[in-house]
Design a protein around this ligand. Structure first.
Ligand SMILES: [Zn+2]
Length: 214
């Protein structure tokens, strides 16, 4: 995928944790324990937030956006796989043409810009699927498509032990995907076990903007 970011630029033992808040039916909850853990250990993260999640959690969004530990990023307007041909991913039908790609990115971009006072720098589609043409549209709109190289929670389906195991794949420069909208999943407990070990091994956690120059 042209321009997609799945690893950080070389240099240092840095890792970016990214957590999605997908919104929609069954996706609007807030994993307060995960965020509390990150704050307790002063671990920065990039939070990919969907429009619908913001609408359901306006005060939590404000509080997260005001915390310099977190970078707010664009997780789409309707949480659709990003395609110019309607291709589905994980049984979710994608956007069907360039106009729908534009709407999916720019709808939430406008919302985030209004709330943050500046546009978001990074975009991740629902399911993280994106075809080549759609990726170019994301770039043209001024955002960078954020993929990942470590899937920490399998779409928030993993147990804490599985999350901990998945985090063993972290390497210098890894971009880790997880979720912050499933408080009953294993993400918070798995991260609470794995992240302190990585800190002990000398890893440093960064927000995407800290590692990727504008
Ligand atoms: Zn999502």
């Amino acid at each position: 995928m042209p321009g997609a970011l799945s690893r950080l630029p070389a240099g240092g033992k840095t890792v970016a944790l990214t957590f999605d808040a997908c919104g929609g039916k069954g996706g609007n909850a807030y994993d307060e324990a995960l965020i509390a853990f990150l704050r307790r250990r002063s671990v920065p993260a990039t939070l990919f937030i969907n429009s619908r999640w913001i609408d359901e959690n306006p005060s939590v969004f404000k509080e997260l956006a005001a915390d310099p530990l977190f970078e707010m990023a664009n997780h789409g307007t309707r949480h659709l796989p990003l395609s110019v041909s309607g291709r589905s991913a994980y049984r979710i039908p994608g956007t069907r043409n360039a106009g729908e790609v534009f709407d999916e990115v720019s709808g939430n971009r406008a919302k985030l810009t209004g709330l943050l006072g500046h546009p978001p720098r990074f975009f991740r589609s629902g399911t993280a699927y994106c075809d080549d043409v759609a990726a170019r549209i994301v770039t043209d709109l001024g955002e960078r498509f954020a993929s990942f190289d470590v899937n920490s929670d399998g779409g928030a389906t993993f147990t804490p032990a599985q999350v901990h195991q998945a985090m063993q794949d972290v390497r210098p420069g890894s971009v880790v995907i997880g979720h912050m909208n499933h408080p009953h999943g294993g993400t918070a407990r798995g991260m609470s076990g794995a992240v302190p070990q990585l800190l002990d091994q000398g890893y440093e956690f960064v927000r995407l903007s800290d590692a990727v120059k504008a």
